[in-house]
Write a protein that binds this ligand. Structure first.
Ligand code: F6R
Length: 611
């Protein structure tokens, strides 16, 4: 879950590396460092803390200008976030510098072997072992590519690695297994990075590096091999968004920008989904009509917000396709021996496309011969690459750690799958599908309308700034929304928050309510049979002293409380897409009033590439 970037080219490496690291900081931000190769010497500067600490240190201690370099932003797994554990790491002779993202599972064994041979380690990391092994191989072969191939054969676990060596000027060598690594192809300069965002200001041409491959880059060339040295081909692709999409564009935080982008993201997600006969078209899922007719069960897997999106999607997919849908945390899925057959459709939902738990669950499903499609926001990431088909959510880059626009588009993309299955299986007439799509098409305008009037949430955040605990209540599709609201508040404002299915209140959670407990209630649409039951639930909690804030449809005249937060009217299944907006804003404003870093909350990272 670290960000890695390498540069080889015609200019000074440091500015390019810092630009890349700024874009990758979402992947980890507890320490950062860079190494530059100049005059056959590697110079390194690394600091615990955010990238800004490194930038300040570089002002005081600038590195020599060099045209090859590597940079790293860390999310600690092995060893606390202190200077000596920050990357890059060197071999004992200062010949090699490496950066690493992932976990070397057999590092203890390798470390003991090296220690027995007299090696001394400066850091507590698993990564330093790789630097030492590369140093040994490099001394023997004098070739960085061969050394990388040999070392990778000894490593267990997940890694993307990039190395430079003093006697190989103009060369960057990278490798990957189960961790992301992409090449950026510029003019007279090339890049290696965890994510295209790192080099998007320099080039939009990119190359995918496959599993168990090593890449050797010079300023003019690239060569890809497997770990045995056999040359491999690679797919080139063009990045479809530009650097501006990864900038804040005048917003104080990425999260604020991404919340406000939701109308456009949702509209983009719906773009191009109709064929010339105006039938819903989802060719990207690459399932034939016969395969779709053969589906007997759907299983949705994901983590965190993606899991909540799956929980919401279940209601739509079951309703339209009449197929049973199970939703499972990806981290639990493969450990319970799930019942999967060739007739099972597994849908993996992931913004980053790199979440290790989801990737492992997906592989398990494929091993059992299930059909696997993914819903993903990141082109060319591991999860879509390993799926039979993929629907890209088209939300644009999501940089803030907390998922907002990706979450919304995940729900919509999964709904599209449900509608498509219903269309193919003849359960919905074409005009019925179109009516539903038309209603989906109205959502961007409704979201925009709500976001224009969202000032209230700031006041609410101030009012509840010091609350001990905040509860969220929902029913039916509103239940996962309650879970999502609580997750957002926990991760951003570090407040204790719980989401409950309101029907469960009397089975335990109501004991938590005391005088003044804030409870955010997602009131079902007035046309839902659950509406009146929720009104009773509100009376029950208010009778026990709760301060209920009700999120209700504009036309819901049964809610008279002045404290109600009004969202545009919608049908039952689309309400979550609107009801989650105030909860996103509430978490955002709560983090701000409590003085926390909204885009980079503590202990978290955007892309969780370890299990
Ligand atoms: C919460 C959040 C996380 C992610 C989860 C899965 O705001 O962002 O819970 O949803 O880590 O990440 P992806 O979607 O990249 O697999």
């Amino acid at each position: 879950m670290c960000g890695i970037v390498g540069y080889v080219g015609k200019s000074d490496a440091t500015p390019a590396l810092l630009t890349g690291l700024a874009r990758l900081e979402y992947r980890g931000y507890d320490s950062a460092g860079i190494s530059v190769l100049a005059n056959e010497k590697i110079s390194t500067l690394k600091r615990a803390g955010k990238l800004s600490v490194l930038v300040d240190a570089l002002r005081e201690h600038p590195l020599p200008q060099g045209r090859v370099g590597i940079g790293h932003t860390r999310w600690a797994t092995h060893g606390s976030p202190v200077d000596r554990n920050a990357h890059p790491h060197m071999d004992p002779d200062d010949q090699i510098a490496i950066i690493h993202n992932g976990i070397i599972e057999n590092y203890q064994l390798l470390k003991s072997e090296l220690e027995r041979a007299g090696h001394y380690f400066i850091s507590d990391t698993d990564s330093e072992v790789v630097a030492h092994l590369l140093g040994i191989e490099y001394k023997a072969s004098g070739d960085l590519t061969t050394s990388m191939q040999r070392v990778c054969q000894r490593l267990h676990g997940n890694f993307s690695l990039v190395a430079i060596a003093t006697s190989s000027p103009d060369v960057l060598v990278g490798a990957r297994r189960n961790s992301p690594l992409v090449v950026g192809l510029g003019h007279g300069e090339n890049f290696l990075a965890s994510d295209v965002a790192a080099f998007i200001s320099f080039t939009k041409r990119a190359l995918e590096i496959g599993q168990n491959q090593v890449v050797t880059l010079t300023s003019q060339s690239h060569l890809i091999t497997d770990f045995a040295g056999v040359v491999q081909s690679a797919r080139e692709f063009e990045v479809t968004w530009d650097a501006g999409a990864a900038e804040k564009n005048g917003f104080p935080h990425f999260m604020a920008k991404e919340i406000m982008e939701q109308p456009k993201s949702l509209a983009d997600c719906l773009l191009g989904r109709l064929d010339e006969r105006e039938h819903l078209m989802l060719n990207e899922i690459r399932l034939s009509d016969d395969e779709i007719r053969d589906i007997e069960k759907v299983i949705i897997i994901g983590c965190g917000s993606a899991f909540h999106a799956g929980m919401i999607a279940k209601y739509g997919i079951e309703h339209w396709s009449r197929l049973p849908v199970e939703v499972e945390l990806a981290s639990e899925f493969r450990y319970r021996d799930p019942i999967i057959t060739r007739s099972t459709l597994v849908i993996a939902i992931s913004q980053s496309g790199e979440t290790m738990d989801t990737l492992m669950a997906l592989r398990h499903a494929r091993d059992q011969r299930a059909k696997v499609i993914s819903i993903c926001n990141t082109h060319g990431a591991s999860i879509p690459r390993e799926s039979d088909g993929v629907i890209y959510t088209q939300a644009g880059p999501e940089i803030a750690v907390a998922s907002t626009k990706a979450f919304l588009t995940q729900i919509v993309a999964a709904y599209l799958v449900g509608l498509y299955i219903a269309q193919v299986r003849g359960l919905k007439f074409i005009d019925e599908v179109r009516d539903i799509l038309d209603e989906l098409g109205e959502l961007p305008e409704k979201i925009e309308r709500y976001l224009e009037t969202s000032e209230r949430l700031k006041e609410l955040a101030l009012e509840f700034k010091s609350a001990q605990s905040i509860l969220f209540l929902g029913r039916h599709v509103g239940f996962p929304v309650a879970l999502e609201g609580a997750l957002k508040l926990k991760e951003l404002a570090y407040m204790h928050a719980e989401g409950f299915a309101a029907g469960e209140l009397k089975h335990g959670p109501i004991a938590l309510i005391e005088e003044g407990t804030p409870v955010l209630v997602i009131m079902p649409s007035p046309n839902s049979p659950l509406h009146d039951k929720m009104v009773s639930n509100v009376q029950e909690i208010e009778a026990r002293g709760a301060r209920a804030i009700i999120i209700a449809a504009e036309s819901d005249s049964s809610i008279t409380s002045l404290r109600a937060i009004r969202i545009p009217d919608s049908s039952v299944l689309f309400q979550p897409i609107l009801a989650v907006l105030p909860l996103q804003l509430f978490a955002y404003e709560s983090a701000l009033v409590r003085g926390y870093d909204v885009d980079q909350p503590r202990n978290l990272a955007k892309s969780v590439t370890v299990e």
